[in-house]
Design a protein around this ligand. Structure first.
Ligand code: PGA
Length: 249
């Protein structure tokens, strides 16, 4: 199966011109990496213009979306508007959005709305810190149970879970693949308790300080279907190297 790589540009780069250059490099890198299915999450204001270029096979996604379809929601963007700009993925509950006030109940409504609008929801979960008594497992479980409560079992093949421990985002090194392997099993088990066999169709990806050297070990030993890189997706040479390494692995 192809590795799903979701490049989260966050609030970068500063201008559309720079975004265009970055996207051109990204698209070319993706063309040379047949084993990779690439999704780019630019700042939403750039998506429509970038997506006009139909060459290549890069998909687009939103870094955040509203669960509402219209109305008095200043600053928000609806799924319908995002679809109109050619986005097909929706990142939901990223740690930086949760820190800004997004709750698990909000993520539940967004996952439901995304599925209804035929988007691929990418639900981010992850604990803030790891304490020795294993409380982090309860945190992840709660985020999954609430976030997926309105997602019918039959829709799970469309759902991506991005495990992103907050302590590994913007850090020096990612979590170890071995620890991710354990977490993947735990995530699947939690979803299995909710939805039974359909849990096996959910894609699980990892995010947090992934780069061109750590991507392959994480994909081969971490029991994940893909990755959610942040900073490295802004440095085109390193990003290219990462995709080539994945394609060669
Ligand atoms: P990072 O970001 O790769 O820069 O740690 C990952 C993320 O927040 O999605």
């Amino acid at each position: 199966m192809k590795s799903l790589i979701i490049a989260n540009w966050k609030m970068n780069p500063r201008t559309y011109r720079e975004a265009r250059v970055l996207f051109e490099g990204t698209r070319r890198a993706a063309d040379k990496a047949p084993g990779v299915s690439l999704v780019v999450l630019p700042p939403s204001i750039f998506i429509r213009e970038l997506a006009k270029d139909r060459r290549g096979k890069v998909a687009f996604g939103m870094q955040s979306v509203s669960a509402d379809s219209d109305g008095p929601h200043t600053g928000d963007i609806s799924l319908l508007q995002a679809k109109d700009a050619r986005a097909t993925y929706a990142l939901i509950g990223h740690a930086e959005r949760r820190a800004a006030g997004e709750t698990s109940v909000d993520t539940q409504a967004k996952v439901k709305a995304a599925l209804l609008s035929k988007f691929t929801p990418v639900l981010c979960v992850g604990e803030k810190e790891r304490t020795p008594n294993g409380e982090y497992l309860a945190v992840v479980r709660e985020q999954l149970r609430i976030g997926l409560a309105e997602a019918p079992a039959t829709s799970l093949k469309k759902v991506v879970i991005a495990y992103e421990p907050v302590w590994a985002i913007g850090a020096k090194v990612p979590m170890s693949p071995r620890d991710m392997h354990e977490m993947s099993i735990y995530i699947r088990k939690t979803i299995f308790e909710m939805h039974g066999e359909a849990a096996h169709s959910v894609k699980i990806i990892y995010g947090g300080s992934i780069d061109e050297t750590t991507a392959v070990p994480m994909l081969t030993e971490g029991d994940v279907d893909g990755l959610l890189p942040g900073r490295v997706s802004l440095e085109i040479e390193r990003f290219k190297k990462m995709l080539v390494n994945i394609a060669d692995a």
